[in-house]
Write a new protein. Structure first.
Length: 411
């Protein structure tokens, strides 16, 4: 007997018939002799609808009450899934995140899981029930308030539960068949990846691939939980995310992110403490800075550019203007028409010339590179937003022969 954690996203539980489809899949897994824990997201666009509703009744932010509001979506889908599963003759029970013992930090809207008690989940499994847990949420043991985990938080809930319960596998069900070599909505020739390492998947997620939340991959890597990303609409194998892969491709895939903006502070005095004076208040404002570039100093003056989520651009602009005035810099520019394109692959560690090829491919398509950042398995470039589609397609074509082929019978 195996313990399987299954997570179903919003598109998988979007209406009554889809919920019944999920119930049938869960019941089949249970009847095959497995213990099953199910994590669900809110139905369809429920979360977006609730955010819109809050904006129409209140003019300012109410973080605590927003978390109280948004957690209702997952509780609804969890209860409905339990009803549908029980109607198939399989015992089931639904739990909120707090009932499931998911303990988090106290930060509303972006809380992080710090512990999972899981006693009620284990009790339900011992009683022979399928246990459905509302994703995306938990409770702060300090404030005793309900919290949410941010976008993609149900993925983190599922993998963290799998780790806490020592599950054999965590299955992430979504509306796509797995992780692709590029976004198939942009690249017609993109193909499904059979397996990918935790390290590569983490870089793909951070670089913009929206299939898995980065924190969920971190949980999987830390606790050695195999993650199977697959479609809730077919019975086909998806993509396995695990420690080691049979094929170590030079390039595993191309990721992109068009959700960032660039801030440049001009004429910054090149002296100790200035960078800290800029980035400390950004951190204090809760702004996640991604890429940072400082130009070569001339006559004791330099420029500093950095990227932030577009949703944080107004706050980042205000902070940058304030710091610019304080340190005597020359001013601040903001560019919201940018995109980040990245190539990811563990094989880059031992293969020379990948960066040069990437830059050459982009230059041959007359795509200017504005910023560059790297890790051992990733190279990212910021380009103009209008160049995104051509950049992704040209890189996918240029590196296609370095991508791993499909693996027969991949586990």
């Amino acid at each position: 007997m195996s313990l399987i954690v299954q997570k179903y996203g919003g598109t998988s539980v979007g209406d009554a018939e889809l919920i019944r489809n999920v119930a049938r899949r869960v019941a089949d897994t249970y009847r095959a002799g497995n213990d099953v824990v199910v994590v669900v997201s809110a139905m369809g666009k429920t979360t977006d609808d609730l955010i819109d509703l809050a904006g129409r009744v209140a003019d300012r932010e109410h973080p605590r009450e927003m978390d109280m509001l948004l957690t209702a979506g997952e509780r609804i889908s969890g209860a409905l899934c339990a009803m549908a599963i029980e109607d198939l003759g399989v015992p089931a029970m639904s739990l909120t995140g707090s009932q499931a013992g998911i303990l988090t930090t106290a930060e509303h809207g972006q809380a992080e899981i710090v512990d999972i008690r899981g006693d009620r989940v284990r009790t339900g499994l011992t009683e022979g029930k399928v246990v459905i847990v509302a994703g995306f949420q938990g409770v702060s043991p300090d404030s005793k308030d309900v919290t949410t985990l941010g976008r993609g938080g149900s993925d983190a809930t599922a993998v963290a539960l799998a780790a806490a319960l020592d599950a054999d596998v965590c299955e992430i069900y979504t509306d796509v068949e797995g992780v692709y070599t590029a976004d198939p909505r942009i690249v017609a020739g993109a193909r499904k990846i059979d397996e990918i390492s935790y390290e590569e998947m983490l870089e793909m997620s951070v670089a913009g691939a929206g299939v898995l939340m980065a924190r969920s991959v971190e949980f999987g890597r830390r606790y050695g939980i195999p993650i199977h990303v697959r479609s809730s609409f077919t019975g086909d194998m998806g993509t396995w995310v695990k420690e080691a892969t049979l094929e170590e491709a030079i390039i595993r895939g191309i990721a992109h992110d068009s959700s960032e903006a660039k801030v440049t502070v001009h004429g910054v005095p090149d002296k100790p403490g200035v960078a800290a004076a800029l980035f400390e208040p950004l951190a204090a404002a809760g702004i996640n800075v991604d890429m940072i570039v400082q130009n070569v100093s001339r006559d004791g003056i330099t420029d500093i550019s950095f990227t932030v989520p577009a949703s944080s651009i107004e706050t980042a602009r205000d902070v940058a203007i304030s710091v610019s005035t304080d340190v005597g810099a020359g001013g601040v520019d903001v560019d919201e028409d940018i995109a980040k394109v990245s190539i990811v692959g563990a094989g880059m560690k031992s293969e020379s010339g990948i960066a040069a090829r990437m830059f050459r491919i982009l230059s041959e398509h007359r795509i200017n590179i504005e910023m560059i950042s790297t890790s051992p398995v990733r190279i990212s470039c910021v380009v103009a937003g209008s160049d995104l589609h051509e950049a992704v397609n040209s890189l996918h074509d240029g590196f296609e022969t370095e991508m791993a082929p499909a693996i027969e019978g991949a586990p």
